[in-house]
Design a protein. Sequence first.
Lengths: 471, 131, 529
Amino acid sequence: MNNFRYFPASKRDIAKLYRFLGIKDKKELFGKIIGDIPLIDADAFKILPEEMDEEFLNRFFLNVSSGIPAKDKFSVFAGGGIYSHFVPAAIDALISRSEFYTPYTPYQPEVSQGTLFALFEFQSMIAEILGMDVVNASMYDGAESLAEAVLMAMRLSPANRDMPASHKEDIILISGGVNPGCDSVIKTFTGGTGVKIVKIKLNGITGRTDIEDLKQKLASGSARVPAVVVQQPNYFGIIEDLEELERLIKNIAIEPLFIVSSTEPYSFGVINPPGFYGADIFAGEGNSFGNYMNFGGPLLGLFAAKKDYVRQMPGRIAGKTKDGKGRDAYAFILSTREQHIRRGAATSNICTNSSLNAVRAAIYLSLCSKTGFKEIAFLNLKLAHILRDKLLCTGLFEPLYSGDFFNEFSLKIKKNKNGIGAALFIEEMAKRGILAGIAASESAIIISATENNNISEIEKYVLNAKEVLYA
Amino acid sequence: MNKDGLFYFSKSHEWIGKDSNSNKYRIGISDFAQSELGDVVYVFLPESGKTYRKDEKIGEIESVKSVSEIYSPADIKIISINSNLNDTPELINHDPFGAGYIAEVEPLNPADLNILMDDNSYRIFIVSHHE
Amino acid sequence: MPKFPGIRGFFLDEVPLLRQSSRGVRGVSIPDCGLKKTGLKKDEGAYINKKFIRKDPPNLPEVSEPSVVRHFTRLSSWNMCVDSVFYPLGSCTMKYNPKINEKIAGLENIKNIHPETPSFLIQPLLKIIHDFNCILCELTGLAEFSFAPQAGAAGEFAGLKIIKKYFDMKGKNRKKILVPDSSHGTNPASSVLAGFTPVEIKTGNAGTLAAEALEKYISKDVAGIMITNPNTFGIFEKDIRKISDIMHKNGSFVYMDGANFNAFLGNARVSDMGIDIIQLNLHKTFSTPHGGGGPGSGAIGVVESLKEYLPVPYVKAVIKSGANVKSGVVDNGHIKQDIKGAIKAKGLKSGSGLFYVTAADKKYTIGRMAPFLCSFAVLVRAYAYLLSLGKNNIGSVSEIAVLNANYVKKKLAKILQGSDPFEEGLCMHECVFNDKAIEESGVSTLELAKLLIDYGFHPPTVYFPKNIHGAIMIEPTETESIRTIDSFIKAVEEIKFKVKKSRAVKSPQKTKIGRVNEVLANKKPVFKY
């Protein structure tokens, strides 16, 4: 039998190693180590097949690939937390450099300056886009990032300086406009703390977080509110009035932290970012910057905070410093917050994160440059508005909300003679090569358009929608 | 080691002593403790006005790769904290018994300080426990 | 005589891109999107309320595509990586990342799929997730895996949440999780996050946890133990079955930190050790690249009785009869047949009457961990790795990894005399030394690490585990040849016997920058430009 191609040790080498150790064979080796735990061999595998040669493997996955919708024949108009954006070829070329994708976390800064420098640029650019002081590098995804933001706010709330403390009296107010997926992840993460999650209603007309409802919930009861969470733009695509929210929150006696999330930070190329409205923490999704949708992951969690709160932040932070000769150098800083030093008292358990996706984002944003970022964001805005106008013109849809939006909006399918609701509409459209959106209720769908779409795709959407709903 | 007056030491390497200028009690960490820690980069100070029991955690000292807790050497009330440590935590390395003190305090029972180690006993304690 | 890879030192300097900006320059093309024809409104104000509009765009660098490519190419040249050097970072399993896996994950259709695409269009992807699950079950002997956790620590958190939920459902409030003091820092951190109090077990100098030593920690308040096996000294926990029995008798669970699964992949099953829950780090044992800090995946597997607690959503197979899909999970036997059938047929067929759907119907689920199903791009690489190896090669992975580690251990023990705390007996996939011998030569662990860089090696893990003085933790993996390992050992020998202190304190000298001033970095932190 020939050697398997990933193993440099030849059969002779292996024999040599056994001889060196004074051990006869694998059975004796493992027997000496694992004692009476049974040793298994190839016969134990009923599912794992025989080895595949490289070309067979290649064909195997080409077959997979051809069994799913091809990019150029399938138009994506679904967002809902992950958006189809264009990825320039330069990103894949650079990221396919082994020096970026095959090292471990930069524990030895002298041999990791490339990654650390890139992460520092990532932090700088994201800070600039969000208008925030400190950005980390990075969290898993927007949902986990937001859950960690809530935990951080609980640690920072005056009555709870030390974790784990009792949070039975605490209430986190979360806008009904926060992505329901993020919502569930927050519940999973805060489940052990006793904190209550209370939803703030959306205004039935505008689709923005209802100020009156928030006012009431902040005023009622004696419960402590460590944080108020909103998403910008929200799940239904609506742009929140952060100015109004800030005014309200910052006037509370024991001020809750103002946490702003986003699943589409590309919007901050057009609209004012959370940092301009006193957001204490930003926690959201960064996948839109240079990353593929990858059927849902891995993604890129963004996390930013005001400088005063940095010691309660989770995750790795790259910092700028000097080496012994006074040359610029980069290293992870404030590691004492983290699990490998503080163990049970760490600000988070996060270790491996989305570093490579953060580097992708850094490359992407560098390519975009100041003007490109703004123009592409504007393009998203335009295309989404064109699509919405055209769909409303068919008379088959009505707006779900009236509020302003960026590249995502929600429509209600009017009653039609086929009784087609959101779910069936999406399925029928999918058969026609269009991912029409995400069902938000029985009759409402959330639709997005990005620079990856074009006018003819939009026209195709409208035409097919007519056919599906008229037919 | 450069200090005047009488200092008392805890087993967790904090000291409490009367400052000869102000005639007020101060607390800090010992020279031995700072040398074990290495370069101090951040100090999490206790709260002014708060009272702490002996051996209660009152703060933290961080070096690049470690965190050490500061425990109260006696039952004390914090009068004021040494806010210079916020910007120049290295004072703890340079002058642990002087400018690198942690806080000005009021011992709740000054007589109890006698159960702590004096200079000499502390020296012996270090040698016997850490050599 | 083995030769060191060495470093010659060819580094290009590079300044931040922001300092290379020229107004109006950019590295991206703005698509036309067919808009020119439509006669559009000119500015943002025509679409949204002016008060929301950002006046000044974020100050991103204004540079061209070649500038960006040159910048990041230069940056990359300052990194050591698995593809360029021996990277014996203990506990991190820095094995080779197969290139075909990158090609597969990069297939145009696969990487561009939106997670909300209807199931009927993406059957082959759902099948991959489903089949990979079955294979992991076979490798571990456990009943079912979830791919919701995005990394090892997230897997730990999910596992502990499962334990928490189990006792909550039973109306019991067990608060403690036992964690050996040699464990990864994520273990106690995850315990706290899941609402438990971690109780540290002192492991002492024996290297393993003796069942008898465990007894005194047992009480009705103990929900479970988190045990790393082999542990962070690279030693197999011989008493693992006894430990499991003690825990089970107490009604507690055994969670295994599977970060070190590469030690017995394909040769032993954790079910035979009495393990109830494990997380598998796909970016370690299953060859997916670590990416300079991630992304990874921390698949979590459980025994039969805990299946209903796993995170949602998940992929399940249902029986398709005609055009209708009948609900119900297919028994394992059926699935096995299907996979074998499909693979034999040289390619994937959605046939055999199975249809794959995403579902959320886990009775006691701990809930969601992530916005979508899984880190698919990581998972597909790991799946490709297993298919490449196949059942005849998979056992060689841990066999060679263990042989290599023991070779390092035995050879280095002769050079670093008196420094192997576990000189008797064999290690598994990694070995640990203390700093006694090198200290005698006047070299500290940190200096050894930095000196190795100048010989052209990535340093081992250092100062972990904490209970070994000046720990040096070496994990060679199956990726390394004897020649490479010999050269590494020779470098350690030179450092031990030839290197002068004056050089040690200044090392590394051949890197882009010298020793980093971490005190300054932490005292006066700079977070951005």
